[in-house]
Design a protein around this ligand. Structure first.
Ligand code: ATP
Ligand code: ZN
Length: 286
């Protein structure tokens, strides 16, 4: 039987949609949803397992899966021997300490001897240790934000993205201890045939990610302005320039990082560019 990679994804949660979308954009087709636990890709040697995110690092460490997507917070908290092989840029969040709004806060030392409720005892313990703070960590598996209100703890340490959950529970964020995003994890080593498939997949993922950060730019410019404009649009190698039917004018085609584009757009216009089109790129391969 030919080799395939087994990839563990979160069944349903904050990582799921973006994870499924990523493989779709890499041209890898598979079915998901309707309670499916596993699915085989119809056009890539890959099998997908749909699991709870907390179980994924363990499955990857044990070799049940060859790859997994989890929040970096979960990968590290698990303490499993897995390596982060690529950062995926979605499900960004932070792990922060919060206390009841209005309580005094004079830095981390305020937590000495206090009770802190969290679902991340390892990440929190490590951070407090590094900062020289000794507190009691109460591990609870969910609804951490109600702990101060019911007298279980004086502070909490939990995932925050917008801060609205903290706010509605009368809490204020006082210290960020970890910044997380979705990551691709793998066991410390794979057999060569599987590693070759993982490399193929990584190549596609990188092409998709680079494309997202870049735009294809098309504009018209008077010939006397071309030198100035092309210096602002370096492109992959150099821009393509073709003459327009209107004498003395050319079209310029280039690829630019989206941030650079916004930084340079005024100068590009001031130099005489007209009819500027900014077009999304689907894949980009250097
Ligand atoms: P499961 O049922 O699979 O155990 P869960 O409830 O533990 O799911 P989710 O809430 O789906 O997990 O979060 C999964 C991951 O998404 C978290 O570990 C974290 O990395 C990230 N995350 C959590 N909350 C947010 C948020 N508000 N915004 C962005 N990312 C988040
Ligand atoms: Zn979970």
């Amino acid at each position: 039987m030919s080799v395939s990679v087994r990839i563990a994804l979160q069944k349903s949660g904050r990582l799921s949609e973006d994870s499924y979308q990523l493989f779709k954009e890499c041209g890898i087709r598979f079915d998901y949803g309707t309670g499916k636990l596993k699915s085989i890709s119809s056009n890539f040697p890959a099998e997908f397992l749909f699991l709870r995110d907390d179980d994924i690092p363990g499955y990857v460490e044990d070799g049940v899966a060859d790859l997994g997507i989890v929040g970096e917070n979960v990968a590290i908290e698990s303490g499993r021997s897995v390596q982060t092989i690529h950062r995926l840029g979605f499900s960004k969040c932070r792990l922060s300490i919060a206390i009841p709004r209005g309580n005094d806060w004079s830095g981390l030392s305020s937590l000495n001897g206090k009770n802190i409720a969290t679902s991340y005892p390892n990440l929190l313990g490590k951070y407090l240790g590094e900062q020289g703070v000794t507190a009691h960590i109460h591990e609870i598996s969910g609804s951490v934000e109600i702990a101060p209100g019911i007298g279980l703890a004086e502070a909490i340490c939990d995932i925050v993205s917008s801060g609205s959950t903290l706010m509605s529970n009368g809490l204020q964020e006082v210290e960020t201890i970890f910044r997380s995003e979705a990551v691709l994890i793998a066991p410390p080593s794979l057999i060569d045939e599987k590693q070759a498939l993982v490399d193929k997949l990584l190549f596609r993922i990188k092409a998709v990610q680079v494309a997202k950060n870049n735009k294809y730019i098309v504009l018209n410019a008077p010939n006397h302005a071309l030198e100035k404009i092309t210096s602002l649009l370096p492109g992959m190698r150099s821009p393509t320039i073709t003459p327009l039917a209107t004498k003395g004018w050319s079209s310029v085609y280039s690829v630019l990082n989206e941030n650079e584009f916004w930084e340079n757009i005024e100068a590009i216009r001031a130099a005489g560019a007209e009819g500027i089109l900014v077009i999304p790129i689907e894949k980009m391969i250097y």
